[in-house]
Structures are given as C-alpha cells and as structure tokens.
Design a protein around this ligand. Structure first.
Ligand code: IPE
Ligand code: IPE
Ligand code: MG
Ligand code: MG
Ligand code: MG
Length: 312
C-alpha cells in the first residue's frame, strides 16, 4: 500500500468517527432532562451544544475508537468513552479561550463561546461539560463491567485534573510570568512537562481508554500509554508550529499569538527547525511504540503521521 493510500484511508476513518461522535454528542446533549435532573436550562444546553457540535477534528475520539478496536471492543462502547473525552476537551477549549486565560475570539472558525454567549455562560459550560463526561462514563452503555467504568473514570480524572490538563494550564499561565514580576526561565524539560500535562494527558487518556475498555494486559496497555505520551507531546509542538506558520482562516483560530503572550513552547525554546525535528522524532517514537500490535495498528500509525502533517 502506498503512503497516499494510507493517508486517504486515515482521512476516511477520521471522518467516519467524527460523524459518529457528532451524532452521539448531539443525542447526549439533548434539551430534555434525564432521570434525576430537574431541568436543562435552555441557554446552557445551547451553549454546550455550540461548544461541542459542528466542529473540531475529533482526533481524540478517533484515538479512543481505534485503540479500542485493537481489542475488538464494540464501536458503541468506544464511542461513549470518546464522547466523554470530547466533552472534557471541548470544555478545556472554552475555558482556554476566555479573557482571563488566552483571550481568544475565534475557535473552530467561529466566535468563541464567551463571545457567542457571555463569560458567565462559558464558565458554566465548562463546569457542566466536565461533570457530564463522568456522567457518560458511569453509564452501563459505556461498559457493563463497573470495574472497567471506574478505571475509565479514574484515568480521565487524572488526565483532566490537577496533575493533568488543568495543572498543565496552570503551568502554562505561570510561564507567561503573570504571577511573578518577571517570566520564569523555563528549560526544555520544564516545557515538555507543561505540555505533557496541558495537552498530552488527555491524548494519552484517549489511547489508554481503548486498553481499559478492552481489558488489555499490562504490556499492551503500557505500549498504548507510550504511544499516547509521544503523540501527546507531538500534538502540542504541531499546534505551536501552526501558531507561527499557520493562518487563522485555515487553522480556525487566531495565530501568531504565542510569542507575544510569552507562551512557553518548544518553538520558543529551540526554534522552528529544531521543533520540527523533535516533532518528527516523536512521531517515529509513537510508531515504534505500536510494535506489539503489528499491522493491526496501521490506523494508529497513520494518526501519528497526521499529527505532524496536519494544517489545522
Ligand atoms: C486544540 O486541540 C487544543 C490543543 C490541545 C492544542 P485540537 O487541535 O484537537 O482542536 P479541535 O478539537 O480539532 O478543534
Ligand atoms: C491548549 O493549548 C491546551 C488546552 C488544554 C486547551 P493552546 O492554548 O495552545 O491551544 P489553542 O492554540 O488555544 O487551541
Ligand atoms: Mg492556552
Ligand atoms: Mg489557547
Ligand atoms: Mg495553541
């Protein structure tokens, strides 16, 4: 199979999983209350739907579904875990864009949630999406075995919280120097840790979720964990390169902002050319981590290459 065939197959699969994720999120984020909910305030549901539907690459759902497929997990179960993760991801974007954080007006080619609605609503969208993710994971449709559901809850909580995404966002803001008189001097290892947390942790969860759903043995779970860590780091380097080299019309969000905001990025520390080299090395590392799965992991290998090649 030529490389082109591989990327065409990947694009088709990403599109298929994005459509299925969209359909499920649209159903989960309905206007009617569920049992033990009193009511779903219309404005909040509308803003949550605005944050979650009609955009995004759905790369994390793709990783959940494809890593789960290695263990023959049913698509319906994998999509539930994927939808939960996408809720956390979308919440992270809503809050990341708010004036107190990165102060962005454009996301996925549209006004950010606090622009389309208002700041208070955007805060509550985040609160509600984060909570909703765990609601989704707790349901029997995600997995009939409650032990597996708890393992998913724990892994997502660790990836999203204090020692994961939210903690990484704290380090990202601190690195700008906004909590000190001068920006702290960060080395490459500090930036790698910050990025592994703010972005890597959720991507890593995406890959490990498949292993959890499939009750994988320790070796296979560790292999997916290594894969997730490598593409997690690669993903943020690619995002930082897009900030420097991309344009808002293609990327769907403002570009050329990180340097001025004193963001701690690999690009800022080592320059564009070395950051790109590091990106390619991480993609190779990610592909190598999939060794134990042989040709079954072709889609995940294509996903690693996509991380480096993406233009949006
Ligand atoms: C953007 O994530 C935020 C980062 C972690 C770099 P994505 O590039 O996956 O954004 P969407 O979901 O496709 O919009
Ligand atoms: C975002 O990093 C990481 C998140 C946890 C949302 P960025 O701040 O670089 O993401 P973009 O560029 O706004 O999507
Ligand atoms: Mg940010
Ligand atoms: Mg941002
Ligand atoms: Mg960015």
């Amino acid at each position: 199979m030529s490389v082109n065939d591989g990327s065409a197959l990947f694009a088709a699969r990403l599109n298929e999983i994005a459509t299925a994720t969209e359909r499920l999120l649209e159903q989960l984020l309905g206007f009617d209350p569920m049992s033990r909910e009193r009511a779903r305030p219309r404005r909040l549901v509308e803003a949550m739907r605005y944050a979650c539907l009609g955009g995004g690459k759905r790369f994390r759902p793709f990783l959940v579904v494809e890593s789960a497929a290695l263990f023959a997990v049913s698509r319906d179960r994998a999509l539930m875990a994927a939808a939960a993760l996408e809720c956390v991801h979308c919440y992270s974007l809503v809050h990341d864009d708010m004036p107190a954080m990165d102060n962005d007006d454009l996301r996925r080619g549209r006004p950010t949630v606090h622009k389309a609605f208002d700041e208070a609503t955007a805060i509550l969208v985040g609160d509600s999406l984060l909570t909703f993710a765990f609601d989704i994971l707790s349901r029997a449709e995600t997995h009939p075995d409650s032990g597996i559901r708890i393992a998913l809850v724990k892994a997502l909580a660790r990836g999203a919280g204090l020692g994961g995404m939210a903690g990484g966002q704290m380090l990202d803001l601190a690195a700008e120097g906004r909590f000190a008189t001068a920006p702290p001097r960060l080395g490459l290892a500090d930036v790698e840790e910050l990025q592994a947390m703010k972005t890597g942790a959720l991507l890593r969860f995406a890959c490990v979720a498949g292993a959890i759903l499939g009750a994988a043995d320790a070796d296979r779970r560790a292999a997916l964990d290594r894969f997730g860590a490598a593409i997690g780091e690669a993903f943020q380097i690619a995002d930082d390169l897009l900030d420097v080299e991309g344009d808002a019309a293609t990327v769907g969000k403002a570009t050329h902002k990180d340097a001025e905001a004193h963001k701690a990025t690999t690009v800022a520390i080592m320059g564009v050319a070395s950051a790109r080299e590091r990106l390619h090395a991480l993609v190779a590392q990610a592909e190598a981590a999939l060794g134990p799965f042989g040709t079954d992991a072709a889609m995940l290998k294509a996903a690693a290459r996509f991380v480096a090649e993406r233009r949006a």
